[in-house]
Design a protein around this ligand. Structure first.
Ligand code: ZN
Length: 560
């Protein structure tokens, strides 16, 4: 019997016992593969992980990008099984053997089940989980995995198709022509596998442009034939249950879907442009959500300051930063620390981006059903332990939040460009500033930098001048290896893949509360916080650079 992956990596000296423990806890909580958690936590790179597995088990690595697999081999493993166990069949071996690529060849349950269901002896090769995901997309693009999408989201698709209001603008085609359905499904699945946060479908005179927003940047994908324009839109209207009577009008709708067994929230927005409706689909993949605050990448002091702020019975904690979805992820993980049977946790959101079991999530503003002020009025008398408010930008709402913060914990979001900006926004309002200063416990500001692509990461030289320009003492970093992404197919030749949050956590000390009451300018308040030991956000980003996660270029871009 093979040893477990964690033990092996420990034996290789690639991770520490504490890191293994953290990753196992995360795995227990969120599922997924242990290896991916370790990589996500930056304890080792995907490459080190693969080398470790390969060396310990004596199993060869395979570069899935460089092999071609014939259809008769692919037919040996069903799409369901391939997606379930993240396994790719490579080829037959003798009469009774089948060689497969897996990211975790110690997963005996998977191997046993594949052996049982295929009747072959299974020989394993190891490949990264990212490479397996890509290969799944390439080799099993349609069939059952995609079939799940319309079934779970649009139970009433047929009903809508029969709607007499769905007029004849489809030009004689049935509005739910299967090619359009298949196309839209595969676009959505592709976007999810690539980790896109949004899909843009834009009609022009001669083409339909499809672009994915990945790691904050738009990338163009293959264009569908222009003649499918109307069908694609019809299919989308069905999927998102749009009111089809309201033609040529902006519309917005949300759905939850299950894609490859993962819950995903999507919001579609359409509005008329010159050559037809522009479609925007935002994606919130529940899989991207880590509810473990130890996984946010906070440095030790920031982590302990934040932990202290959220351990009290009352107080206001503000999450600031430019990107709502990134802040929301932090917000959810903080909210989750209170998510126990002993506490009443309510979260008011616009819109709900991820589902959290155990939290009373209230959605406001969608289709005008319930407004944020009305929801808050209702909740004022509720027996609360924690209330989250996804937007504090309204003065009246901030006022209510500070009152609530005298008797329970209040977590709120503010769109801002930094701690200073957030403080200015909070203090320059017609509210009781003394109450704000007394209840505000902590301001958590976050931004993000792109991570170097693990697939094309290579050591690089950096001139001393550059360190100096960043205010870094080159001596301090002597002997370290720096990296850069050369660019590859996996990262759209950008050299970057995925994002890393960086933080500035400002606890409100008595001195800072006094400064707020006296109306001190926010830059002076922030300077005081730095004097008291707060690490500026740019320094946090530089630490990520020193650890080989990102580059100086990326930091320069994020904090210019
Ligand atoms: Zn790359």
């Amino acid at each position: 019997m093979a040893r477990r992956l964690g033990e092996m990596l420990l034996a290789e000296g690639l991770i520490t016992e504490a890191q293994l423990k953290q990753a196992l806890t995360a795995q227990k909580k969120h599922g997924g593969k242990l290896g991916s958690h370790l990589v996500a936590m930056n304890y080792l790179t995907e490459d080190q992980l693969l080398t470790g597995i390969s060396r310990q088990l004596g199993i060869a690595r395979i570069d899935l990008g460089s092999v071609s697999i014939d259809q008769s081999t692919l037919n040996l493993i069903s799409s369901d099984m391939a997606y379930k166990y993240k396994v790719i069949p490579i080829g037959r071996e003798g009469k009774k053997g089948l060689t497969v690529a897996m990211s975790d060849p110690t997963d005996m349950i998977a191997i046993d089940d594949i052996r049982f269901r295929t009747g072959f002896d299974i020989h394993t090769l190891v490949a990264s989980e990212t490479a397996i995901d890509q290969a799944l997309m390439q080799y099993y693009p349609t069939s059952d995995a995609l079939g799940k999408l319309p079934v779970t989201t649009g139970g009433n698709v047929e009903v809508i198709v029969q709607d007499p209001l769905s007029d004849t603008s489809a030009g004689g085609h049935a509005p739910d022509d299967p090619p359009a359905a298949t196309l839209l499904n595969s676009v959505i699945l592709d976007a999810i596998l690539k980790g896109a946060s949004a899909i843009h479908i834009e009609p022009f005179e001669r083409k339909i442009r499809i672009r994915f927003r990945i790691d904050g940047v738009l990338h163009e994908e293959a264009s569908p034939p222009i003649r499918m324009r109307t069908e694609i839109q019809s299919r989308l209207e069905n999927l998102f249950k749009f009111d089809r009577a309201a033609r040529r009008q902006p519309k917005i709708s949300q759905i939850s879907a299950t894609i490859n067994d993962h819950p995903v929230r999507m919001m579609a927005q359409i509005y008329p442009t010159l050559y037809g409706d522009k479609i925007l689909i935002k994606i919130w993949n529940q899989n991207d959500l880590s509810l473990d605050i130890s996984q946010l990448g906070l440095q030790r002091k920031a982590f302990s300051d934040l932990s202290k702020a959220i351990s009290g019975h009352y107080g206001l904690i503000v999450f600031a930063g430019p990107h709502k979805t990134e802040k929301m992820r932090t917000y959810y993980s903080i909210l989750n620390t209170a998510n126990t049977e002993h506490q009443n946790v309510v979260s008011i959101e616009d819109p709900i981006e991820y589902y959290m079991e155990g939290v009373n999530q209230v959605e406001v503003n969608i289709k005008g059903a319930l407004s944020l002020p009305t929801a808050l009025q209702f909740l004022q008398d509720e027996d609360l332990d924690v209330i989250g408010i996804s937007d504090l930008s309204d003065t009246a709402i901030l006022g209510i939040a500070t009152h609530l913060a005298t008797r329970c914990r209040v977590y709120g979001l503010v769109g801002s460009h930094g701690t200073e900006d957030a403080l200015t926004q909070l203090m320059n309002r017609e509210i009781d500033i003394r109450l704000l200063a007394e209840t505000l416990k902590c301001v958590v500001t976050q931004a993000s930098v792109r991570k170097i692509c693990e697939h094309c990461k290579t050591p690089t030289e950096i001139e001393e001048d550059r360190f100096v320009r960043f205010g870094i003492d080159p001596q301090k970093l002597a002997g370290r290896t720096y990296y850069v992404g050369k660019g590859c197919d996996r990262c759209y030749h950008t050299g970057y893949r995925w994002r890393q949050p960086v933080f500035e956590v400002m606890p409100v000390s008595p001195r800072i509360a006094d400064m707020m009451i006296q109306g001190a300018p926010s830059h002076e308040i922030r300077m005081e916080a730095i004097k008291e030991g707060m690490r500026p956000i740019k320094e946090d980003a530089l630490l990520k650079f020193a650890r080989g996660i990102t580059t100086l270029d990326e930091i320069a871009k994020a904090f210019s």
